[in-house]
Ligand binder design. Structure first.
Ligand SMILES: [Fe+2]
Length: 278
């Protein structure tokens, strides 16, 4: 009589491991009270995203590795986020004027809001970061799970550009995804627009920024106050056009999310260390 081994159920075991990974990557930080997350979740459940808007964002992300998400955020939430961003920008005294070697010595000239500022003074952005409804929405847009950033200092940051010449020069992100909320932005003739050149991998030893720009296609996106977008920062060389007019102001809050691949790689975080930490 032949004895047949019982096959090991690798499908079940792998699925359980994948779910455990997602659960571990969606835990919330101790400084964020669960009630605040629930309140942000409620904005989305009370005012569900229209399906056509979600479909438009999905298609744009697929084509451009960028999706405008303005139509996905409830109006009341946008108003509250703009107010909190203004408060945080006014609280923040930190400005930098540096160049960063791993991105080919491109400039960073701006007010930089570090993660510690959000841990101490943000109620809404920290709750939004951990909102299940929000993450599910963004995951649908990009077509893969969004997890906590692998580096806490990079999870939530902000920039404040309000002097002529202020710019966030050409660079890549250390994580796959960034959701950007535009609290304030000037009219297009005053600068401050996003420019992004997707499908450009980052070699930190030889960033070759000009070469990558010459080989790729640069798209320019203007956003008004209250708009937002998500994009694939690790393979999209991007910058903001320098502010060109006295009195023009741009305030953005950056929520950074990791992909599964981000958690599987050993990374270094030179640009965040240079721009957002002392
Ligand atoms: Fe960036």
């Amino acid at each position: 009589m032949t004895v047949i081994d019982t096959p090991v159920d690798t499908v079940t075991a792998t699925r359980q491991a994948a779910r455990a990974l997602l659960a571990a990557g969606n835990t919330h930080a101790p400084h964020v009270h669960p009630d605040r997350i629930t309140r942000v979740d409620r904005y989305f459940t009370d005012d569900p995203t229209p399906t056509p808007a979600l479909e438009t964002a999905r298609m744009q992300y697929s084509a451009e590795h960028y999706a405008r998400t303005t139509a996905l955020l409830p109006t009341d939430l946008v108003t509250a986020l703009r107010n909190e961003a203004r408060k945080l920008a006014d609280l923040n005294p930190r400005r930098i004027d540096i160049t960063v070697p791993v991105t080919g010595n491109t400039p960073r000239k701006l007010g930089s809001l570090p993660n510690s500022l959000f841990q101490e003074h943000s109620e809404l952005f920290t709750a939004l970061y951990h909102s299940t409804e929000f993450r599910t929405l963004l995951s649908t847009v990009v077509g893969s799970p969004l997890l906590n950033a692998t580096y806490q200092d990079e999870a939530i940051t902000g920039t404040h550009q309000n002097r002529v010449g202020d710019t966030h020069g050409w660079h890549w992100g250390d994580h796959e995804f960034a959701f950007i909320f535009i609290a304030e932005a000037p009219a297009i003739e005053h600068g401050g627009m996003l420019q992004s050149c997707p499908h450009t991998p980052w070699n930190k030893d030889n960033p070759a920024v000009h070469q990558k720009l010459a080989e790729g296609t640069i798209r320019t996106y203007h956003h008004g106050p209250g708009e937002s977008y998500i994009f694939k920062t690790d393979t999209s060389l991007h910058r903001t056009v320098p502010i060109q007019t006295e009195g023009a102001e741009r305030i953005i809050i950056n929520l950074t999310f990791a992909s599964v691949r981000d958690w599987l790689e050993e990374k270094t975080y030179e640009t965040t260390a240079a721009v957002y930490t002392d």
